[in-house]
Structures are given as structure tokens and as C-alpha cells.
Design a protein around this ligand. Structure first.
Ligand code: SF4
Length: 358
């Protein structure tokens, strides 16, 4: 899809919101609105695909669809192949296949995930034992379905319900080791409230488990969890009401380095381009008029672009990844560049994505 097609499509109301998307919606409503109904314009980080594959294996292990190492290996191969096929069909992601090459420390992460899943074969099966019972990927929602999601694991015992959320990234920020990341806390608390909304019972414990099997336990404070859920429902209603009034994408955009850094819709977001600053806090993106374009001896393009603050040069641009460079074009944008020294010089990296501007 071209950028102009993307930006002229009307915004669609959000059908529902999940705990994992709520923070993103709070940071920038436009990101949440687009993410609920549009294909991203930038490649997803392959580590996210790896994370989804690991979650899929956990789900299968809890459902007893895999119960030994051979079955896990086979299921893993199938899942990675399926993910890679999806990526090959996406023009901005196909060069990231195979995942083994594009995910840093792929084998280490795979081994850690396998180790965690092996431990589940013997410790947390999805079957009943004594008064304990565990269930995986439990779908929970509010009565009106406006907030909903899937809990990784629900463990029931005589002492009550425990909600377990598996994370493939670090559980803590570097600045606060041992404490769960704010976004993870918010998610798991919303799951607690959703579980209560669905089953009428508050969990007694919330546990975050990392890929290296570290874990953080969080106390359940029903009032705090219930308030979060109410706020999420209200956000959804407020945003949908505003969409119905015909507000434009710009009216929902809330650019900030934190929100935009991982936003996969930056190419189409005018407010982002107007707000971004040329400093290390904002993503290394550039757009403007192409004043020079040369194919170098290595078969890669070097372009000079006149941007708002001034001229910049980008080298190493692959014609396979950016076929529009072979045509006569006036303007273009590139996201996810690598900022070289001296200032104003950039080079293509693995996630660099370009669009022609019409
Ligand atoms: S680029 Fe920034 S402002 Fe635009 S939608 Fe994404 S997060 Fe929001």
C-alpha cells in the first residue's frame, strides 16, 4: 500500500482493547487506532516473531499438544517456517528471513525457551492433579467485550488462583533491577481484573516469568486492578466517540521519542514528521527531496536528500529493498537508518525501510 492510500483511508473505531495494547494507546491513541486495523508500514522486530513463536510453544505445552523434546523440536520448526512464510509475503520484512540470521542470539534464545518449556513438561502440565489445576491461554473479557485478552497460564490450587504471564524480554528496566517494568505490571493487573470480571474471583498472585526462568511476583490489589480496567474501557469509548465525529489522524497523534521509537506507522504520521527533532532521542529517520542519487560500484545506492534541517547523505541503500530508487523520483523517506559520524551521514541497516513520496 502506498503512503497516500494509507493516509486517506478513514480511521476505524477500535472493536476492543487488550491489556498488551493499552499502554501503546495511552502513549499515542493514533498508534493504537492504526495498529487495530492496519498492516504496519515498518518491519516488526524479528525478536517479536520469536517471542510469538515461544508463546505458541508454551500454549501447546500447556494444552498437552507437545509433551517431549522431539515434539517440541518439530512444533518449533513448523512454527518458525510458518512465521517466515508470513514475512516473505510482506515486502518490508522479506529480507529478514531467515529469522536465525535477523534475530540476535537466536540460538541462545531458542535454547533458553526450550529449557523453560522442558521444565513445564514435568511441573505445570495443563492437566488436573489433586486439587490443583492449570489452564493455558485462558480468554478473558469484560461483559461488554470492550477489554479482552488471553492469559498465558492460570494455576488453581487450594490457596487460590495464580495468573502467570510469560515474557521473552527482560522483566526489569536497567534502572530498576528486580522490579517489573511498568508496562508489564499494568498488563498483568488488567488480566487480574479481567479474570475477576469473567469468573467473579480475584486471583491471589500475579507472576511474571522471564525466558531465563527469573520470576517476579506481584500482590493483587483489587481496587487498583479494577480501576485500570475501568480506565481502559473509558479510553476506548472516548477514542471511538472522537473517531465517529470525523477527527483526522493528526488529532489523535501524540508524538514523543518514547511513543514513536517503536511505532511501526511513522512513515505515514505527519505529526511525527513535524515534531521530530534531529537528536539522538528520536528515531534516525529522514524525508525530503532527492537532490542526488548514484549507484556505486558495489551495486548499492547513495542518495542525498534535502530535509527540513538541511542536506543529508545515505549510503548502502539496496535496490532490491527499495526498488523505487531505480525510477526517477523526486522525494522519499527512509526510516530506521544508522547514524554515521560525522553528522548528516547515514547508512542502511537491517530494518531500514523506504517509501517514495508522491
Ligand atoms: S509516529 Fe508517533 S505520533 Fe505518530 S502514530 Fe506513531 S507513536 Fe503516534
Amino acid at each position: 500500500m502506498s503512503l497516500s492510500e494509507f493516509t486517506t483511508q478513514p480511521l476505524k473505531p477500535l472493536p476492543r482493547i487488550s491489556p498488551s495494547r493499552y499502554l501503546s494507546l495511552q502513549q499515542c491513541p493514533l498508534k493504537g487506532i492504526w495498529a487495530s486495523s492496519r498492516q504496519p508500514l515498518l518491519p516488526c522486530y524479528p525478536a517479536a516473531y520469536l517471542g510469538s513463536a515461544i508463546h505458541r510453544m508454551l500454549e501447546m505445552a500447556f494444552q498437552s499438544r507437545i509433551s517431549n523434546r522431539d515434539e517440541l523440536s518439530d512444533a518449533w520448526e513448523d512454527e518458525i517456517e510458518r512465521r517466515e512464510k508470513e514475512m516473505l509475503n510482506n515486502p518490508v520484512e522479506k529480507h529478514l528471513v531467515p529469522l536465525q540470521m535477523s534475530v540476535s542470539n537466536f540460538e541462545v534464545k531458542k535454547l533458553l525457551a526450550f529449557k523453560m518449556i522442558y521444565s513445564l513438561f514435568s511441573n505445570i502440565p495443563s492437566r488436573k492433579s489433586g486439587n490443583s489445576k492449570s489452564g493455558a491461554e485462558d480468554w478473558v473479557q469484560t461483559p461488554n467485550g470492550k477489554v479482552a485478552g488471553r492469559i498465558d497460564l492460570v494455576k488453581k490450587s487450594d490457596s487460590g488462583v495464580e495468573i502467570v504471564d510469560f515474557k521473552t524480554g527482560p522483566l526489569s528496566d536497567d534502572a530498576s533491577p528486580g522490579n517489573a517494568k511498568e508496562e508489564y505490571l499494568m498488563q498483568v493487573k488488567m488480566y487480574a481484573a479481567l479474570y475477576h470480571a469473567m469468573h467473579g474471583e480475584w486471583p491471589v498472585t500475579l507472576t511474571l516469568v522471564g525466558i531465563n526462568q527469573e520470576s517476579i511476583t506481584i500482590d493483587v490489589e483489587p481496587e487498583v486492578c479494577a480501576k485500570l480496567l475501568q480506565e481502559a474501557e473509558k479510553s476506548l469509548d472516548d477514542i471511538n466517540e472522537l473517531i465517529e465525529t470525523g477527527l483526522k489522524p493528526e488529532d489523535f497523534a501524540q508524538p514523543s521519542p518514547e511513543a514513536c521509537k517503536y511505532c511501526l506507522f511513522r512513515p505515514a504520521c505527519n505529526k511525527y514528521w513535524k515534531s521530530r527533532q534531529e537528536d539522538g532521542n528520536w528515531p534516525a529517520d529522514a524525508r525530503g527531496r532527492i537532490t542526488d542519487k548514484t549507484m556505486l560500484a558495489n551495486g548499492l545506492f547513495r542518495v542525498v536528500i534535502t530535509t527540513d534541517p538541511g542536506e543529508i547523505a545515505i549510503r548502502g541503500l539496496s535496490p532490491e529493498r527499495h526498488p523505487f530508487l531505480k525510477d526517477e523520483i523526486e522525494s522519499a523517506l527512509f526510516c530506521n537508518l544508522w547514524n554515521e559520524k560525522p553528522e548528516g551521514f547515514f547508512v542502511e541497516k537491517m530494518f531500514t525501510t523506504g517509501y517514495v513520496l508522491e
